[in-house]
Design a protein around this ligand. Structure first.
Ligand code: AMP
Ligand code: MG
Length: 268
């Protein structure tokens, strides 16, 4: 699968400047066809999710991380949004509450992982604890630095216990983010999406890229790989994520459970 080009090989260091924010890998039929493909993929994911639920023997966790405006929310809507809400959950991780901060950083995360037959999408995740926490100095370095190892072991445990994990970093350029923030400013209908905090975060772009790069290099594993998805074109980002998730689900060998013996059953 050509989208495997975006997979971060475990144990390699990542220089994000050399990873594309725009790409045609795996698609040469242009934007309009690409958008139609996204709809086909979303429909396919809905079918696969029903089978996944019926099979009941797997758990799937998809993690989304990105800079502001990169499209985590619209990916959830347009790629995963056709799935049956009974089998899918989104867990969004915001600034921790006082109670969450009074615990270790994985405490608030673990209750949200998927159970049998469930698909869970993390909209941000435990990775914020090596991203914003690092960039904003919310914990001392000797504390957050140990977290890469914890996270790898946490995900190894989830994987050993039957969870399939796939992680996406949506990679947008600084220029593309400027355009999207400007578009939000220019359109009163989008003002509700405008978070002045995003401007402050944007000022720390290079620090974030360094934090993301180290995170990708240290925590991409065979059992929980990171994919760096070119994010400057919205349709391509959704197409790539959709193709990868379809590939992962098709690779699980899902089966409908054996039907009961219905011979002679009569509905009166
Ligand atoms: P949004 O996803 O745009 O609604 O914003 C959520 C905000 O919560 C972002 O600014 C994140 O950086 C922040 N956030 C998420 N997790 C953490 C964390 N563990 N520590 C501090 N801030 C966090
Ligand atoms: Mg935001």
């Amino acid at each position: 699968m050509s989208f495997e080009a975006f997979r971060v090989t475990p144990g390699t260091s990542v220089d994000l400047a050399s990873w594309p924010t725009r790409s045609d890998v795996g698609w040469d039929r242009g934007k309009e066809e690409g958008k139609r493909r996204v709809e086909v993929l979303a429909a396919r994911l809905a079918e696969l999710q029903e089978l996944f639920y019926a099979d009941g023997g797997h758990r799937l966790l998809a993690v989304l991380q990105a800079m502001d405006t990169a499209g985590k929310d619209s990916t959830i809507r347009d790629v995963f949004g056709r799935m049956n809400p009974q089998g899918v959950r989104v867990a969004s991780f915001k600034k921790p509450t006082a109670r969450e901060l009074a615990h270790d950083y994985l405490w608030r995360v673990h209750p949200h992982v998927p159970g049998d037959g469930e698909i869970v999408i993390f909209n941000r995740s435990h990775y914020e604890d090596v991203l914003v926490v690092r960039v904003d100095g919310l914990a001392p370095e000797e504390r957050w630095r140990k977290r890469y190892d914890h996270i790898v072991e946490f995900e190894r445990m989830l994987s050993d216990e039957g969870t399939t994990i796939v992680k996406f970093f949506i990679h947008i350029s600084r220029e593309e983010q400027a355009e999207r923030l400007q578009a939000r400013l220019d359109d009163p209908g989008k003002h509700w999406k405008f978070d002045p905090g995003d401007i402050e975060t944007r000022k720390k772009w290079d620090d974030y890229m360094a934090a993301y790069a180290e995170m990708l290099g240290r925590t991409s594993t065979e059992f929980a790989p990171w994919y760096v998805i070119p994010g400057d074109r919205k349709w391509y980002r959704k197409l790539a994520i959709g193709e990868i998730v379809v590939g992962v689900m098709e690779g699980l060998g899902l089966e409908y459970p054996e039907a009961p013996d219905l011979d002679g059953v009569v509905i009166e």
